[in-house]
Design a protein around this ligand. Structure first.
Ligand SMILES: *Cc1c(COP(=O)(O)O)cnc(C)c1O
Length: 457
C-alpha cells in the first residue's frame, strides 16, 4: 500500500460525522421525460432489462456524457460512477487514448467484412501476454463468445450436456438461461420464457462451492458432459468468491471425465489482472471467454483456447461460428488502445491497491458502527452486501430481504452524487480514473448513506 494512500483513508472511521439524514431528491425531470418517451419505443423503456431501475426507487437516469470517473445525466447532475458501463471502462469514461485511436481509425471507414491488420494487432497483444489462449476468435458480445465456446466444447468432445452453476450469469444464450430445479443434481428449468424445455434438459445446474454436487453430476451423467462453465469469479449475482482449492477440484474432475472447463471471464478478464481469474487461481481452463474490458467500451467479445481445440472452429474445423461485424476495425482500435494501457507496468497493482483500500475503509466504518454490511472485494471489483456472514460463496447465501436496504442506499447515493448499478445483486467497479480525492468523496457519501439506511431500519 502506498503511504500517501494509507494516510488519505486512515483516521478513525467510528468518528465520521453522522449525516443529518435522508437527502432531498435531486432533480430528475429530464430523465423522467426521456423515460416516458422511451417506453413508447422499447419494452420497459430500455434495451437491456437491469437498466430499468425495477429494484430501486425512481426511473432510470439518462446519461448525457461521461469523463474520467464521472457521468452526467440529462438534468445536468454529476455523479462519481462505479458502474463503468457494467465493467468495460477500466480506464474510466472517454479515455483520451481510446478516443483518439478510435477517431483515427474511423477516418478510414468503419467495417469491411474482410480482414484488417487491426485484428492481428489486438490478437497479438492478447496472445503474447496471456498463457491461457493460443488462438482466438473475436465476436461482438460476451453472450456470443459464451454461446460459441459452448458449441466448440460440444463439437470438440462430441458430448451434449453442460454443467453450470446457480448464481453464474453467462449472457442470454438459450442453453444458459436455466436455473436449478429442486434436488442436488437435476436438469435445469428454463429461467426465461421462450427457451425450449428440451434445451434446458441439456444443462445441469448445481450450487457453487459444493464438491459433492459436481461429483454427483458427473456420476449421474457419466460420459455425457461436454463442459463445465463457471464465471472466473462469479460477479453477476453478488460477488461469490470461490476457494482456490474448489476451483482446482473442478479442473481435476473435468480432466477425469474428459469434459472441458470453460472459464467465462467476460467480467474478470483483464480486470483482476491481464490474465484474469485463471491466473488469479493458477488453474488452466480449456476454453476462456472475454468481453467487456476487451472492447474498451465498444462491442467486442472473444473466445480462445489451445490451437488444437480452436482448430475445430470453421473454416478449419466443423464447428460453425461467424459474425458480420466480428473484429470490426473501430472496435479493435478501442481494444488495442485500452489493453495497451493495461499492460503498463504497475497498472493493476496501483488500481487494485486503491480499490481494496477503498473497500476496506468502508468496511472499517460499518464494523465500528455495528452495521450489518460486508464489503466483499477482489481486484477492483467490490460488492456491498447487507449481511453479517463472513463469506458468501453461493447464490443461496444471499438473503433476498437484504435488498430492501440496498434500495434505500441506492437512492441516498444518487442524491449524494454517486452512481452504482441499480440492483443490490450487482457489483461495483473502481477504474484507473478514480483518484484518491474522488474515492474519499465517494467513501464519505457511502458512509453517510449507510447511516441513513441503518437508522431507517
Ligand atoms: C456481461 C457478461 C456476459 C454477457 O456479455 P454481453 O456482452 O452482455 O453479451 C457473459 N458472461 C459474463 C460473466 C458477463 O459478466
Amino acid at each position: 500500500m502506498l503511504e500517501s494512500l494509507k494516510k488519505m483513508f486512515s483516521g478513525n472511521e467510528g468518528d465520521m460525522p453522522v449525516s443529518t439524514g435522508s437527502k432531498p431528491d435531486i432533480s430528475r425531470e429530464k430523465s423522467a421525460e426521456l423515460y416516458e418517451k422511451a417506453k413508447n419505443y422499447f419494452p420497459g423503456g430500455v434495451n437491456s432489462p437491469v437498466r430499468a431501475f425495477k429494484s430501486v426507487y425512481g426511473t432510470p437516469l439518462f446519461i448525457q456524457k461521461g469523463d474520467g470517473c464521472f457521468v452526467w445525466d440529462a438534468d445536468g447532475n454529476q455523479f462519481i460512477d462505479f458502474c463503468g458501463s457494467w465493467g468495460p471502462l477500466i480506464l474510466g469514461h472517454n479515455h483520451p487514448k481510446v478516443r483518439d485511436k478510435v477517431t483515427e481509425v474511423m477516418q478510414n471507414g468503419m467495417s469491411f467484412g474482410a480482414p484488417t491488420a487491426l485484428e492481428n494487432e489486438l490478437a497479438e497483444l492478447i496472445i503474447k501476454n496471456n498463457k491461457f489462449v493460443e488462438k482466438i476468435r473475436f465476436t461482438s458480445s460476451g453472450t456470443e463468445a459464451v454461446m460459441s465456446a459452448i458449441r466448440l466444447a460440444r463439437g470438440y468432445t462430441g458430448k451434449d450436456k453442460i454443467i453450470k452453476f446457480e448464481g453464474c450469469y453467462h449472457g442470454h444464450t438459450d442453453s444458459l438461461l436455466v436455473k436449478a430445479g429442486s434436488g442436488l443434481v437435476t436438469f435445469g428449468e428454463t429461467s426465461s420464457a421462450g427457451v425450449p424445455k428440451s434445451f434446458a434438459q441439456e444443462t445441469i445446474v448445481i450450487p457453487l462451492n459444493d464438491k459433492d454436487a459436481i461429483k454427483a453430476a458427473f456420476e449421474q451423467f457419466k460420459g455425457e458432459v461436454a463442459a463445465v462453465i463457471i464465471e472466473g469469479i462469479p460477479a453477476n449475482n453478488g460477488l461469490l468468491m470461490q476457494d482456490v482449492e474448489y476451483i482446482k477440484y473442478l479442473e481435476n474432475i473435468c480432466k477425469e471425465n474428459k469434459a472441458l472447463l470453460i472459464f467465462d471471464e467476460v467480467i474478470t478478464g483483464f480486470r483482476l489482472g491481464f490474465e484474469g481469474a485463471a491466473a488469479h487461481y493458477g488453474v488452466k481452463p480449456d476454453i476462456v471467454t472475454y468481453g467487456k474490458i476487451i472492447g474498451g467500451g465498444l462491442p467486442v467479445g472473444m473466445y480462445g483456447a489451445s490451437a488444437e481445440i480452436m482448430g475445430h472452429i470453421s473454416p478449419d474445423g466443423g464447428v460453425y461460428q461467424a459474425g458480420t461485424l466480428s473484429g470490426n476495425p473501430v472496435a479493435m482500435a478501442a481494444g488495442i488502445a485500452q489493453l495497451t494501457e493495461l499492460l503498463r507496468s504497475g497498472f493493476y497493482k496501483e488500481l487494485n491497491n486503491k480499490a481494496s483500500e477503498f473497500a476496506e475503509s468502508i468496511q472499517r466504518f460499518a464494523t465500528a458502527r455495528n452495521y450489518k454490511l460486508k464489503v466483499f472485494h477482489v481486484g477492483s471489483i467490490f460488492w456491498l452486501a447487507f449481511t453479517d456472514k463472513d463469506k458468501i460463496q453461493s447464490a443461496d447465501d444471499i438473503d433476498p430481504t437484504s435488498m430492501e436496504k440496498f434500495k434505500v442506499l441506492h437512492r441516498e447515493l444518487l442524491n449524494r452524487g454517486i452512481y452504482i448499478g441499480p440492483s443490490g445483486y450487482e457489483v461495483g467497479f473502481v477504474s484507473a480514473a478514480h483518484t484518491k480525492i474522488e474515492l474519499e468523496k465517494a467513501k464519505r457519501a457511502i458512509l453517510e448513506s449507510l447511516d441513513v439506511v441503518f437508522r431507517n431500519k
